[in-house]
Design a binder for this molecule. Structure first.
Ligand SMILES: NC(=O)c1ccc[n+]([C@@H]2O[C@H](COP(=O)([O-])OP(=O)(O)OC[C@H]3O[C@@H](n4cnc5c(N)ncnc54)[C@H](OP(=O)(O)O)[C@@H]3O)[C@@H](O)[C@H]2O)c1
Length: 280
């Protein structure tokens, strides 16, 4: 990996790291993973990225941009609202002028390949995917554009927490079985982000997602098995589920550039369940 002209200050030497979207599931994990730095954690109330940075916040050495419009179906109804946050917000964050990690998504791909590497052609199927692709460009030249997929963690809104709730309430849930991806634990993504930046990776697009792959139905079955829930999974198609936005059929992310590897998605699932147990 090449060494770019990045932050003058290395980790643990007073580097000021500004984190946007610090109240989101990834943002919270980034705050923990960069605890050795001087972290300025800004949730939406502290900085709505569609508005200027509030006064009094010192210039950062590194920005981790985890704020985003992540409601994929909602973006179909309000693409301008999604673009204002995802594209406009990213441009505003890039304008701070510090080296930037901008998170993007497997939904920039059309889903007609078994596996996607960084140089593969994009072709978003949804309004959300289009805004995130435009955001990749808005991130500018001093950015690591980190594409990731199917995020889950111990807080917020995500598939794992939904399945734990439904699995405790119901005997059976219907889950989509014709989309394949890499469910990625936000704790593992945050650590891999730190490895990427501190390892001196060149700016540009990087794929950071869990190893292995599965369908949503496989993931649900693994969640129920690991959590000891007796709930059954009924495998259905995307058409039967009928979500508003079209998702890629296959969006398994792999790196052809030697990105820091992440553990298997099953290890992420177990780590997240451990985190939930610790929370009580
Ligand atoms: N979730 C996934 O499966 C997934 C997959 C691939 C890539 N990604 C990308 O990974 C990144 C992190 O996603 P995540 O899963 O951590 O999402 P998340 O849990 O929804 O967190 C996003 C955070 O951004 C905040 N936010 C929304 N609009 C904002 C605004 N205008 N200004 C400031 N903050 C705002 C949200 O606040 P509110 O909750 O108050 O709205 C939320 O706290 C995003 O770039 C996302 O596109 C996510």
């Amino acid at each position: 990996m090449e060494h770019p002209d990045t932050h003058p200050l290395g980790p643990g030497r007073g580097r000021r790291v500004l984190i946007t979207g610090a109240g989101g599931q990834l943002g919270r994990s980034l705050v923990r993973a960069f605890a050795g730095d001087e972290v300025v954690a800004l949730d939406r109330a502290a900085w709505d990225v569609t508005a200027p940075l509030p006064a009094g916040i010192a210039a950062p050495d590194l920005v981790l941009h985890a704020a985003a419009w992540t409601n994929v179906d909602g973006a179909e109804d309000d693409p301008d609202g999604a673009a204002a946050v995802n594209v406009g917000g990213t441009a505003r964050v890039a304008a701070l002028g510090a080296p930037l990690v901008a998170y993007s998504t497997d939904y920039v791909f059309a889903g007609d390949r078994a596996v996607y590497c960084e140089s593969d052609p994009v072709g978003p199927l949804s309004a959300y995917g289009r805004t995130k692709l435009e955001a990749e460009r808005a991130a500018g030249d001093r950015a690591w554009v980190v594409r990731t997929s199917w995020l889950f963690g111990a807080t917020g809104r995500n598939f794992l927490l939904t399945m734990l709730r439904l699995g405790a309430e119901r005997e059976e849930v219907a889950v989509v079985d014709d989309q394949r991806g890499c469910p990625t634990y936000v704790g593992h993504l945050a650590e891999a982000t730190r490895a990427l930046v501190d390892g001196g990776a060149a700016y540009g697009v990087w794929h950071l997602a869990a190893s292995g792959s599965c369908t949503w139905a496989d993931f649900a079955e693994a969640i129920f098995a690991e959590a000891g829930l007796a709930c059954r999974v009924r495998r259905i198609t995307s058409a039967e589920f009928g979500a508003r936005a079209v998702r890629p059929r296959s969006s398994v992310l792999r790196s052809e550039k030697g990105a820091p590897p992440l553990p298997d998605w099953r290890d992420g699932l177990r780590a997240c369940l451990d985190e939930l147990r610790e929370q009580g």
